[in-house]
Design a protein around this ligand. Structure first.
Ligand SMILES: *[C@@H]1O[C@H](CO)[C@@H](O)[C@H](O)[C@H]1NC(C)=O
Ligand SMILES: *[C@@H]1O[C@H](CO)[C@@H](O)[C@H](O)[C@H]1NC(C)=O
Length: 447
């Protein structure tokens, strides 16, 4: 670069070198960034750089076993353990395994005995979310790791390796690039609920969410188009999640009733992977479903809500938020949000469903979570399994989830539901923003 710009500056008058060098800088920037921008989530294989295969998939079989690796993350919080591999293990065939490391430019001499921790939440399915903790190999700054049945590092050199993430650790949350990231687990089947998803994402933006991550097995064609549009502008990260290529995923939570090899398409694994993926990127991570909006009721934004909550509870790392069901079968009578431009969009118009069920607290305490990811070691869907900080129940008057779906309690009339128009408070910005998003994705034809 500098050689080129020096040469050109000799040949041209004073203004040109500046123009040319900035043009070159832009070109180099484009060459470096464009391929990765157009293929989010995919990494160029490092086969030219490293003497082994690096996985380009989100699910990688462990050679010679029935298990799978998902993500390898540098672990700073557990003494004597330097890498955590979020995995999916066949629970009835856990054998001794070794972590084989590559140390930037060299192999670690021998594999290290792996510590296998199958998560307690597996609901009885044959496969379960598993953490594999790898001890630090002496004299090695590990960059890649794989699991092997033999300690001999040479034996594992033809296995597929995972790149270790989170090698860059930020010490202060204040320096994290993101404040709020939503992890959505998982998208599967032919789910095509475009309108609700667009409204939900635009609500998140108004609440100060800066990134949404979706693990996607499959979805309907229209939603696919909306996802692509949000991925292009950087708000959404879609992680391909082809669990169906490796096993029969269950679409439910009970093996006896729903069958299959793993709970809900591996939902628990994706949540854990997302927590680690954003551990040093995002101050808070929200763990909720695609049709749920964690909504503050006394603050305008999540930023303001969490500033207050964190001031009151400085040691808290897990905030439980009650889930409240808004039946899609009950419509508000005025029809003011039954907008012509939204009528042909597939999916639910959440602004028309403003009646909330009173949760039956005798049966369940449904909640989802806002967490500080650095305080969490293992998570489930409604609570964390292992963590370092305090857990706070957030009062529903302060914040609860708006969850428009089929009724949970059947046969309730409007009189038996609570009117809850919180979403309407955001109408002025929300409606035009949803229109713009739909237009960007090609759903609205202008003029
Ligand atoms: C690695 O090489 C051994 C022979 O040295 C072979 O048996 C095995 O199938 C190879 N494994 C992979 C993953 O290619
Ligand atoms: C994150 O929130 C803090 C206030 O808590 C704010 O000062 C900062 O600008 C926010 N960061 C981003 C990237 O929005």
């Amino acid at each position: 670069m500098s050689f080129l710009t020096m040469k050109t500056s000799c040949m041209f008058s004073r203004m040109y070198p500046l123009l040319i060098s900035s043009a070159l800088a832009v070109m180099v920037y484009l060459i470096i960034t464009l391929p990765s921008r157009s293929q989010p989530g995919k990494h160029k294989p490092h086969s030219q750089l490293y003497p082994f295969n690096t996985s380009s998939q989100s699910i990688t079989p462990v050679y010679g076993t029935r298990h799978f690796m998902v993500g390898a993350y540098k672990e700073y919080r557990v003494t004597g353990r330097s890498v955590r591999i979020i995995s999916i293990f066949r629970r009835d065939s856990v054998e001794p395994l070794y972590c084989v490391f590559y140390c930037g430019a060299d192999w670690a001499k021998t594999g290290m005995e792996a510590e296998v921790q199958v998560h307690s939440d597996h609901f009885g399915f044959p496969f379960g979310t598993t953490d594999v903790l790898c001890p630090h190999p002496p004299g090695c700054h590990p960059t890649h790791v794989t699991l092997s049945k033999q300690a001999d590092a040479q034996y594992a050199q033809n296995h597929t390796f995972l790149r270790i993430q989170n090698l860059l650790k930020r010490d202060e949350e204040e320096t994290f690039p993101l404040n709020f990231t939503v992890c959505v687990s998982n998208l599967f089947g032919d789910y095509n609920n475009v309108l609700q998803f667009a409204q939900t994402l635009e609500m998140y933006k108004l609440l100060n969410v800066q990134r949404v991550v979706v693990y996607k097995t499959s979805c309907g064609p229209d939603l696919e188009r909306l996802l692509r549009s949000y991925t292009d502008d950087g708000f959404l990260e879609v992680v391909p999640w082809r669990i169906d290529k490796h096993m029969t995923p269950s679409s439910g939570w009970q093996p006896t009733e729903h069958g299959g090899d793993i709970h809900y398409y591996g939902q628990l694994t994706t949540l854990n992977d997302c927590v680690y993926r954003y551990m040093y990127q995002s101050r808070y991570v929200l763990l909720n479903d695609i049709d749920e909006i964690i909504t503050p009721y006394q603050h305008e934004t999540l930023t303001q809500l969490m500033e207050d909550l964190q001031r009151q509870h400085p040691e808290a790392g897990v905030f439980l938020i009650e889930n409240h069901i808004f039946p899609k079968s009950q419509f508000e009578p005025s029809g003011r949000f039954d907008r012509l431009s939204w009528r042909d969009i597939p999916g639910i118009n959440i602004m028309q469903h403003i009646y909330r069920e009173e949760p039956d607290y005798r049966i369940y305490h449904p909640s989802k979570m806002i967490i500080r990811p650095r305080t969490v070691e293992q998570t489930s869907v409604h609570s964390v399994l292992r963590n370092f900080g305090e857990t706070i129940n957030v009062p529903p008057q302060l914040c609860h989830i708006i969850h428009v779906r089929v009724p949970l309690q059947n046969g309730l009339s409007k009189e038996e539901l609570h009117e809850d128009k919180r979403i309407w408070d955001y109408e002025k910005q929300l409606v035009p923003n949803v229109d713009k998003a739909l237009e960007r994705a090609g759903f609205l034809t202008t003029g």
